[in-house]
Design a binder for this molecule. Sequence first.
Ligand SMILES: [Zn+2]
Length: 85
Amino acid sequence: MTAATPELRCLNCDALPSTREMTDGWCESCGKRLPYSYASHAKETGPKTGPEVIHAAPSRWMLWSGVIGLILLTSGVLIAISVMG
Ligand SMILES: [Zn+2]
């Protein structure tokens, strides 16, 4: 008899949620709610308060908003300089 723990997967996107995602109750892959039983399972499996989860590549929206913000800032400074000059 093997007491294999069934892998808890997200019901919506079939991703394997991390312990933190399970305790939070949200799947970060699809942004949908995970069943409450997952949270209790996460507590059982151990409070591994390790270093923060390694994030995958930052989302492109974050990157682009940063780039656009930088461009706007630079052009604003250039306009200010040209107006003053
Ligand atoms: Zn999901």
